[in-house]
Design a protein around this ligand. Structure first.
Ligand SMILES: C[S@@+](CC[C@H](N)C(=O)[O-])C[C@H]1O[C@@H](n2cnc3c(N)ncnc32)[C@H](O)[C@@H]1O
Length: 225
């Protein structure tokens, strides 16, 4: 029973993107973050990096949708262990791995050193909860995986993302479908792609493409500047 409970906690932690930092600093940063904070850092890492995840997360197939990445700059918001940052860098992009939690950024730095990768390939950027800290027109693409629903004041937040994108730049929101799935946060925490689109319209995005067929449990909403 105890073990089952622990597994459930870990599983939930995995599905609920977001951060521990809120707990550490005594601030509240939403239910999703609180929920995720129930798992230890080690549990989160092993969940994010679980070998089984590949089967439903299909990172290489998702990354293939981007087209040519050589010479492109891409920010990975809520990068976690770098589950997407590393393959994006391998595909030739210059990646800015952005996270509120220093422990994940340190994890990425260590993995980067082990792989002999440079700061040009992956930069780590500690960001506050309310800003991606992007310069105006700094990046070609922004990806946010299993983290969108953890962000608060989203129209304001994503207006900053909009400003940080180059003209024609794209924001990729990958998050869990609002239906029962074997992985993912509780249904009430999920946002449908229609809800995300409405918020992103408020943030200034006008053009959208939805892919809800590639991944079994998640949708990919692409918003273009
Ligand atoms: C569920 S994890 C997803 C990690 C990674 N994207 C993945 O798919 O494996 C959510 C991540 O978002 C980070 N996070 C939470 N709130 C954030 C915010 N406001 N800005 C940036 N990162 C945030 C957490 O620290 C955590 O690393």
């Amino acid at each position: 029973m105890k073990i089952e409970f622990l597994c459930l906690g870990t599983l939930l932690g995995f599905l609920l993107p977001a951060c521990q930092q809120g707990g550490q600093h005594g601030h509240h940063h939403g239910h999703a973050n609180e929920h995720m904070n129930r798992a230890s850092f080690e549990e989160l890492v092993s969940n994010f990096e679980s070998s089984e995840r590949k089967e439903w997360q299909k990172p290489e197939e998702v990354i293939a949708l981007f087209g040519e990445l050589q010479g492109k700059t891409i920010m990975d918001i809520g990068s976690g262990t770098g589950y997407f940052s590393f393959p994006l860098a391998r595909a030739g992009a210059r990646v800015i791995a952005a996270d509120v939690d220093e422990r994940f950024l340190n994890y990425i730095k260590e993995k980067k050193a082990e792989k002999g990768m440079s700061d040009e390939q992956i930069e780590t950027r500690k960001v506050p909860y309310d800003s991606p800290l992007l310069d105006s027109a700094e990046v070609d693409e922004v990806i946010i995986v299993n983290t969108y629903h953890h962000i608060e004041n989203r129209p304001q937040y994503f207006a900053q993302v909009h400003r940080g994108l180059k003209p024609g730049g794209r924001l990729w929101v990958i998050d869990f479908k609002k239906e029962e799935t074997p992985h993912g946060p509780p249904l009430e925490m999920r946002l449908s792609p229609e809800e995300v689109q409405t918020e992103l319209q408020q943030a200034g995005f006008a053009s959208f493409t939805l892919n809800d067929t590639l991944l079994p449990y998640q949708y990919i909403l692409i918003a273009q500047k």
